[in-house]
Design a protein around this ligand. Structure first.
Ligand code: ATP
Ligand code: MG
Length: 693
């Protein structure tokens, strides 16, 4: 069993594996480490990863990309509407308001959800890992942008489930990078010393994420994050493409926007140009042959010009860099280094901005493309019993303030903030309610989230009844940011005080039946609890919220009986039933892909045999003299006919047809090969052969 980490990027994915010897990044079937986040459809199969990207321009309507940003969103979402303008494939609303991606697959129209498309990509990644490692893959850690909300995180988990992946953790991308940094740093300050503050900047294809972390030996604590989900390398590509569109209209009277295919090619070419400009400040050419209306086009640009054209993007970058100082309450002099990762941090202007804001050079300690996947693999190893790695404690944050609302009773407030922005995560808090009947609480984001809907979930607490005396019962809710960064009401329990402990086996000390993961459960008077065992004491305390009964109970060791209450939850994501049906559908598509691959392999095997045998039968070749002349002529004619057939009606037969033909052909070819072999094995055969040739 291997444990893997997956960096699921907007543009490309990386997979890393944790082994006894360390962390390795896995290459795919094209010997590349990056697998494009691209899924395509054909009349015969699905095309995934590199192969999908390679055929994009010729199969635009059925090649899907950019779907990471669609996860968990509604069709009417303004961001989705904005994205749609750039997609050459069809996207439509589903009956439930969700997003449907319409493609032609197996000769029919099919509509898939972004979760399903993501699952297809994960299937590919799982396949790449299984092939490279020659073992079954189940457990993994998948990266997620730190700014993802509950809806997006749930959608991502659903996608992984459809692909049959068991996600031990959704791990924030910049935190994964921080872990990769921390585990290899030998010189971190001792636990009791002042921590070292490091800022991580990940500027990728479609988003910018920054985090500030405090490191000590063996542990890291995320102080804060800042991000711009609408700012990435692709914005630079669009701005450059826009410039050349205007340029071509003026000089060639050609408008690339009128031709999707031409526009996609232009995007690919300006991306190449952008990369060249990172290394080169002189004027660089852009040439595209047979661009539109069978005409070639050319243009040029230099770095300073690009910086002007993309000024908006750089302003946004600067804003986010400054935001991390504010969010983490750090001054530039408090920061010991700024580590950069992500493809777009290769742009000199970005490095310049980092210097300007933090007063120091951007540092490239980490592999810019692989740090996220490596951190995920490390985290996966730490969470899995399968592999042993050095422990490193990670305390993450929950980026948005979260509020809880309920029907107010007895004059209490009906709403409170459970987690302020940048509160430590994972984390559980206990809230106490006094109720005589079932009740409902709901959670929502109170901050400015980059998501149109602030709703997180609603939980109905059932089976609450008044006491025998008609009084309210004490109900404790555990509100939790779980290991995936998902906010949930994890449990509800009724707390009955017992006078006589001896009467009931079920009597327990209060809080002792808390089954927080890896519990380093807080003592009675503490209502907050960090969920990981390795964490330092700095996040332990958080008892601002249990207003009611804390002081009364303080270490009095009252004997109580707790009863778990059933909860009915309404949150984002698929129901088990929907999941099952999507899993079944994915299974069928995998079977179809496998079948098509076997068919293609059988055809190739036949084709190869035809070429090989015919080659060896020709004049002066190895098998020429081992078959009677008339029989050889007959056989060669038969091979010519087979070749013709393969490109004709034999182009598209099922597997059996090819393998039958191959078997038949081998009954002719193999005896000839056998005769030669026997001849070679005779004593002195080699001398004879050299004479014969
Ligand atoms: P995201 O992190 O936004 O989900 P991602 O992880 O797929 O996306 P990366 O692989 O980090 O993104 O970065 C890809 C981006 O980096 C692309 O926009 C690419 O054009 C850009 N990029 C790669 N190399 C260079 C370079 N040398 N100069 C400028 N940009 C580059
Ligand atoms: Mg990335």
């Amino acid at each position: 069993m291997s444990v893997i980490g997956i960096d699921f990027g907007n543009e490309s994915c990386y997979i890393a594996v944790a082994k006894a010897g360390g962390i390795e990044t896995i290459a795919n079937d094209y010997s590349l480490r990056g697998t494009p986040s691209c899924v395509a459809f054909s009349p015969k199969n699905r095309i995934l990863g590199v192969a999908a990207k390679n055929q994009m321009v010729t199969n635009m309507k059925n090649t899907v990309f950019g779907f990471k940003r669609l996860l968990g969103r509604k069709f009417s979402d303004p961001l989705v509407q904005k994205e749609l303008k750039h997609f050459p494939f069809k996207v439509e609303p589903r009956a439930d308001g969700g997003i449907g991606i319409r493609v032609n697959y197996l000769g029919e129209d099919n509509v898939f959800s972004p979760e399903q498309i993501t699952a297809m990509l994960f299937t590919k990644l799982k396949d790449v890992a299984t092939t490279a490692l020659q073992t079954q893959i189940n457990d993994c850690v998948i990266s997620v942008p730190s700014y993802f909300t509950n809806a997006e995180r749930n959608a991502l988990l659903n996608a992984a489930a459809i692909a049959g992946l068991n996600v031990l953790r959704l791990f924030n991308e910049t935190t994964a990078t921080a872990l990769t940094y921390g585990i290899y740093k030998q010189d971190l300050p001792a636990p009791e010393e002042k921590p070292r503050n490091v800022v991580f900047v990940d500027f990728g294809h479609s988003s910018l994420q920054v985090s500030a972390c405090a490191f000590n030996k063996g542990k890291l604590r995320v102080l804060a994050t800042a991000s711009d989900s609408q700012c990435g390398g692709r914005d630079i590509d669009s701005a450059l493409a826009e410039y050349f569109c205007q340029d071509f209209i003026t000089r060639y009277k050609l408008d690339p926007k009128k031709n999707q295919r031409a526009y996609q090619r232009l995007l690919q070419e300006v991306e190449k140009l952008k990369k060249q400009m990172s290394a080169n400040s002189t004027r660089l050419p852009l040439n595209i042959e047979c661009f539109m209306e069978e005409r070639d086009v050319s243009g040029d640009m230099q770095r300073s010009q690009m910086e002007q054209i993309c000024a908006d993007t750089f302003t946004k970058v600067e804003r986010t860099l400054r935001a991390i100082l504010h969010n983490a309450k750090l001054r530039p002099e408090d920061i010991s280094s700024v580590e950069i990762v992500g493809g777009s941090t290769r742009i000199p202007a970005v490095k310049g901005l980092i210097e300007q804001v933090f007063g120091k050079h951007a540092s490239t300690t980490l592999n810019q493309d692989e740090s996220v996947s490596r951190g995920c693999a490390l985290q996966c190893a730490m969470l899995s019993p399968a592999v042993r790695v050095r422990e490193f404690s990670v305390t993450d944050v929950q980026p948005y303030a979260v509020r809880l609302a309920w029907d107010a009773a007895r004059g209490e407030d009906g709403d409170m903030e459970v987690f302020p922005a940048f509160h430590a995560a994972p984390f559980s808090k206990m809230l106490t309610f006094y109720r005589k009947e079932p009740f409902t609480v709901s959670a929502y984001y109170s901050d400015q989230v980059p998501f149109p809907d602030t709703f997180i979930g609603q939980w109905h607490i059932k089976d609450v009844q008044p006491t025998a005396e008609g009084e309210s019962q004490k109900v404790k809710l555990k509100v939790r940011v779980n290991i995936h960064g998902i906010i949930t009401v994890a449990s509800a329990s009724l707390v009955e005080k017992k006078q006589d402990a001896a009467q009931n086996d079920n009597v327990e000390m209060e809080n002792s039946n808390e089954n927080v993961n890896n519990s380093q459960e807080a003592p009675m008077e503490t209502n907050g609890s960090q969920e990981q065992p390795q964490n330092g004491p700095d996040n332990q305390e958080d008892n601002a919220d249990d207003k009611k009964d804390k002081s009364k109970e303080k270490s009095k060791k009252v004997l109580v009986k707790t009863v778990e209450l059933p909860i009915e939850a309404r949150t984002h994501g698929y129901s088990q039933q929907e999941l099952n049906s999507y899993m079944e559908q994915e299974g069928k598509m995998q079977a179809q892909d496998r079948q098509e691959k076997e068919r293609a392999d059988a055809r190739n095997a036949l084709e190869e045999y035809v070429y090989e045998l015919r080659g060896k039968l020709s004049e002066g070749e190895t098998l020429h003299d081992f078959v009677a002349e008339d029989q050889r002529h007959k056989l060669v004619n038969q091979l010519d006919a087979l070749e013709q057939w393969l490109y004709d009606e034999g182009e598209d037969q099922n597997r059996q047809v090819y393998s039958d033909k191959l078997t038949e052909l081998r009954t002719e070819g193999e005896p000839i090969k056998q005769r030669r072999l026997e001849y070679e094995l005779r004593p002195g055969a080699l001398d004879d052969l050299s004479l014969a040739v």
